[in-house]
Design a protein around this ligand. Structure first.
Ligand SMILES: O=C(O)c1ccccc1N[C@@H]1O[C@H](COP(=O)(O)O)[C@@H](O)[C@H]1O
Length: 233
């Protein structure tokens, strides 16, 4: 068993006795989807209409997906409506900057994608996920399990000098099985590989950015729909 949450689906009668045969008990995994790097209200609406559970806004100035204008970020967050989580992505942020964002943009969750310690992640008293990059010599599970306050651990590809959003995959077989928190798989996911990724890793959720873009910072509606369909199948 992997990191996904197993849900039971019963036959039409609601009777769990018939374990075999059509309409009987089946096991299915629910894999949530976060689509990151949203830079416009139009893209936010596409993501929500496609059925993603979360959208991400990048507050990291060097990124091509950086949303500098906090009024735009606020509009994106409000476009998500009441049932889609809005995630703010930061990389080693200046506390003053993150506090300003928190005042002006209604975020549900913080995503720390740099070298933030557990203490740094927790100082804002907000729900957060911690992103870790799969650097070969790192004890990923040992590191991940230090973030006891995290809602989840996101694993991304490692490329020296780039904190994330590289569009690169990593060796899914290298993922340790003893990460305690829900696992969010990221790194180079796209419509063409997301089903294989889910079958291989059984993550709690997947996170995609570059794989559903027309160009850096601009999402592609058709790729988003294909991605969502391939997660469901
Ligand atoms: O999207 C970015 O530009 C970015 C910049 C800095 C850190 C993380 C970033 N994005 C996150 O990276 C992973 C993988 O992205 P991709 O699907 O490989 O493009 C994902 O969690 C993004 O949210």
């Amino acid at each position: 068993m992997g990191y996904g949450q197993v849900s039971l689906h019963y036959g039409k009668s609601g009777n769990i006795a018939p374990l075999l045969g059509e309409g009987g008990l089946t096991m299915a995994r629910t894999v949530r989807v976060k689509i990151c790097g949203i830079t416009s209200v139009a893209d936010a609406q596409v993501v929500c209409d496609a059925g993603a559970q979360a959208l991400g806004i990048v507050f990291y100035p060097p990124s091509p997906r950086y949303v500098a204008d906090l009024a735009v970020a606020r509009d994106i967050a409000q476009a998500a409506g009441p049932f889609v989580s809005v995630v703010g992505l930061f990389v080693n942020p200046d506390p003053k900057y993150i506090e300003q964002v928190l005042r002006e943009v209604p975020l549900n969750l913080l995503q720390f994608h740099g070298d933030e310690t557990p203490e740094t992640c927790e100082r804002y008293a907000r729900p957060y996920i911690k992103a870790l990059r799969m650097k070969p010599e790192t004890d990923i599970a040992g590191l991940a399990n230090q973030y006891v306050g995290a809602r989840g651990i996101l694993l991304d590809a490692y490329r020296k000098g780039v904190p994330g959003g590289t569009g690169e995959t990593f060796d899914w077989n290298a993922i340790p099985r003893d990460i305690v928190k829900p696992l969010i798989l990221a790194g180079g996911l796209a419509p063409a590989n997301v089903a294989d990724a889910i079958a291989s890793v059984a993550p709690w959720a997947v996170d995609v950015s570059g794989g559903v873009e027309a160009s850096p910072g601009k999402k592609d509606e058709s790729l988003i729909k294909q991605f969502m369909a391939n997660v469901a199948n």
